[in-house]
Design a protein around this ligand. Structure first.
Ligand code: DC
Length: 226
């Protein structure tokens, strides 16, 4: 099926930049589908941790990624029949996801699964390489970022709000390490895609960021570019 005519908005950026929240709301407002590509890396990581897979065995990890039996239903994410929406958000799973995401065979294994999310009337794709690798011809590409301090503070409030213990110094260190790994890996490193609008949300509310993305999209529509 040719899906080239189906509009895609890509929203990439570092961890805890708020892109998940912003992407979700933009998708809702436009009535578009939503791809949380990070969840696919997290699902692969969870599956690897549970199976005790060797973190150095790229091909075994790629096989796990290829054989993922996952499904998405609203806010819920399933691995097989099990609702793992909360389990994949654990810090250990996020860290493992960031490590296995550096392996080319794992990225390749998840490639076509991500393309399948492009369905009418449109898609908002959230990740690190949505605009640079997966949907390079997307009409609107956004790179959402925020200072590491602003992101650590948001994550801190999120964790405390959910009743989890949190330590600001540990969070800062963890974010910096993850940024480093995601930015400096050889395949699909985290960086703004060609033609992406860069949006620094350090001093912005979620509503303001959503408004900006929707404004860019509306402007493209007006020019008949989508
Ligand atoms: O967005 P997130 O924190 O849920 O993503 C988890 C990890 O997956 C992140 O550290 C990097 C990786 N990832 C990636 O490499 N490419 C993507 N498109 C999405 C996530």
């Amino acid at each position: 099926m040719n899906t080239a005519h189906i509009p895609v908005i890509t929203i990439d950026g570092p961890t805890a930049s708020g892109k998940g929240t912003v992407s979700h709301i933009v998708a809702q407002k436009l009535g578009f589908h939503y791809l949380d590509s990070g969840a696919l890396y997290r699902l692969t990581a969870l599956s690897a941790l549970r199976k005790g897979a060797d973190p150095g065995d790229e091909h075994a990890l790629a096989k796990l990624a290829r054989d993922l039996h996952c499904s998405f239903s609203g806010e819920h994410i399933f691995l097989g029949q099990e609702d793992v929406s909360a389990a994949i958000r654990a810090e250990e799973v996020g860290n493992t996801a960031s490590k296995i995401a550096a392996l080319p065979a794992v990225r390749q294994a998840l490639y076509s699964l991500q393309l399948d999310f492009r369905r009418a009337p449109g898609l908002v794709a959230d990740g690190r390489d949505m605009g640079s690798v997966i949907f390079p011809h997307a009409p609107l590409k956004v790179f959402l970022t925020a200072s590491v301090e602003a992101r650590a503070e948001r994550r801190y409030k999120q964790l405390i709000g959910k009743g989890f213990p949190a330590n600001m110094a540990d969070l800062l260190k963890d974010l910096q390490e993850r940024d480093d790994r995601d930015t400096n890996r050889k395949v699909a490193p985290l960086k703004p895609a060609e033609g992406a609008y860069v949006l620094d949300t350090s001093a912005m509310t979620v509503d303001e960021a959503v408004g900006q993305v929707l404004g860019w999209y509306a402007a493209l529509k007006k020019q008949h570019a989508v």
